[in-house]
Ligand binder design. Structure first.
Ligand SMILES: *[C@@H]1O[C@H](CO)[C@@H](O)[C@H](O)[C@H]1NC(C)=O
Ligand SMILES: *[C@@H]1O[C@H](CO)[C@@H](O)[C@H](O)[C@H]1NC(C)=O
Ligand SMILES: *[C@@H]1O[C@H](CO)[C@@H](O)[C@H](O)[C@H]1NC(C)=O
Ligand SMILES: *[C@@H]1O[C@H](CO)[C@@H](O)[C@H](O)[C@H]1NC(C)=O
Length: 436
């Protein structure tokens, strides 16, 4: 029994060795320990951080924390010479932090491992014995494990967190989304995601769509989107050529784009960020500029009116614009609805949790109001308003329903959050409230 087991084991080792005998040369292996002094330059979320030796201008790997002893291994963009706040553009272990004395290592087998001080593996690339011969941070911020032919066995561009770097892609069937961070102090997944789908790009709050970009070129030719890549393209504007920053959507025939902005200077060091607030922003990095090397080029939800035909949306479309509850108009929170009427909005504006008992709740009506999901989701129906209401009444978790009398369509809301005033009396909202 013992001998047959060791024979199998021998065969297994022999087979694994013959499949891949490539190893990382000793000089290229490393093991860095999370200990020692903190760095002293301004970084995003104002953390303590420890820079690690791997650095490729302007990207550096660091351990950082926003709560003592709770560390993320992350890639930072910017240099101390800039004296500007440096953003974190990729996390290895979001939601699975490590502590003091954690180790980040590349062994000769080619597996890149982040382990806690007690040896617990927090994150790894699972690339042991897969032909890895070296590690590098490339000049575009892609962290790669290379094989002997120069191919990437693993790359950080395939596991984005909330940031898309220039040249990085989201792909249908690949890394499909960016996920927001919960808060500045808490580095776990937040409620928002930016997702590539075969026919559109969408923004979700939990599973609720609050924005989508659909492309006529894609629907007309009945093709699917393959990938969305952040790119700079030469573009014509008012008879002059500029560089435009675009999200290029690749598929076999149509070449639709999502235009962000015209670049006033050439910077391939740009990133698209899904913010803590669910907004999408694009920043560009100006080299050799002090204090303000980062400039905000584009904000999806904004008060600004679109000047050059790029897509912009009113801030009211953001689920969290008015906090837990509020009526929004022209990017401003203008009212706090209640069964007794609409009062002035404040941060404390909230809904009363409806009763789950049969007959324990009633509805009050708001006219000319949309839910944040109404604009981009078709709702259900056509159906009668009383059927829409009874759907909500039967569902204890339903907080209210939205009904369009002109289309006979129905939206059930499990969270109310920001309601948009649309000034059209065919748009009705019915908010569930307990009977006192
Ligand atoms: C980290 O390791 C050092 C020894 O290298 C030890 O003195 C220290 O107590 C350790 N810190 C923690 C938090 O385990
Ligand atoms: C995106 O898709 C196109 C094919 O439609 C392909 O040529 C290109 O390499 C893809 N880009 C990335 C970064 O995957
Ligand atoms: C932009 O800058 C990069 C690197 O500095 C350079 O390689 C590229 O040619 C420049 N592009 C344009 C259009 O000037
Ligand atoms: C209200 O919406 C309907 C249907 O979308 C539209 O036909 C009508 O013009 C709108 N009325 C106003 C005042 O915006």
């Amino acid at each position: 029994m013992v001998s047959s087991l060791s024979l199998i084991l021998c065969c297994f080792i022999f087979i694994s060795l013959s499949i891949s005998n490539a190893v990382v040369p000793p000089a290229d292996t490393f093991r860095y320990v999370n200990q020692g002094d903190f760095g002293e330059f301004d970084s995003e979320y104002a953390p303590n951080y420890r820079p690690l030796p791997p650095f490729t201008y302007p990207f550096q790997l660091c351990f950082y924390n926003t709560t003592p002893g709770v560390y993320t291994l992350s890639l930072r963009m910017g240099t101390r010479r800039d004296q500007a706040v440096m953003p974190w553009v990729w996390d290895a272990n979001r939601g699975n932090p490590v502590g003091e004395n954690a180790t980040f290592s590349l062994a000769s087998d080619g597996n890149l491992v982040l382990a806690d001080g007690d040896g617990r593996i927090a994150w790894q690339t699972n690339t042991a014995n897969k032909g890895v011969v070296g590690f590098a941070i490339l000049s575009d911020g892609n962290i790669v494990l290379r094989d002997s032919k120069g191919g990437f066995v693993w790359q950080s561009f395939d596991s984005p967190t909330d940031t898309l770097l220039f040249g990085q892609s989201l792909r249908v069937g690949g890394p499909t989304k960016l996920v927001s961070r919960a808060s500045a102090t808490n580095n776990v997944n937040g409620a928002y995601s930016f997702v590539i789908e075969p026919k559109r790009l969408g923004l979700y709050y939990k599973n609720m769509l609050y924005w989508a970009s659909t492309f006529p070129e894609v629907n007309d030719r009945n093709v699917n989107i393959v990938n969305a890549t952040l790119e700079i393209q030469r573009t014509e504007y008012e008879e002059n050529y500029f560089n435009a920053l675009k999200c290029r959507l690749s598929n076999s025939e149509a070449q639709p784009n999502l235009d962000f902005d015209i670049l006033r200077y050439n910077s391939t060091l740009s990133y698209l960020r899904l913010g803590i607030d669910g907004n999408l922003r694009l920043y560009s990095y100006r080299q050799n500029v002090r204090f303000s090397s980062w400039s905000l080029m584009f904000t999806l939800f904004t008060r600004r009116v679109s000047e050059r035909g790029e897509i912009v949306e009113d801030e009211c479309q953001q689920p969290d614009r008015c906090g837990k509850f509020g009526l929004c108009e022209d990017s401003q929170c203008v009212g706090c609805p209640s069964p007794e009427g609409v009062f002035a909005w404040s941060k404390t504006c909230n809904v009363k949790t409806p009763s789950c008992k049969a007959g324990g709740s009633r509805y009050y009506q708001l006219k000319g109001v949309d839910h944040f999901t109404s604009k981009y989701s078709p709702g259900s129906g056509p159906m009668k308003q009383k059927d829409c209401e009874s759907k909500c009444t039967k569902d204890c978790k339903c907080m209210g329903y939205f009904y369009r009398t002109d289309l006979s369509r129905c939206w059930i809301a499990y969270e109310l959050k920001t309601l948009t005033r649309v000034g059209n009396s065919t748009h009705l909202a019915y908010i569930k409230t307990p009977i006192q």
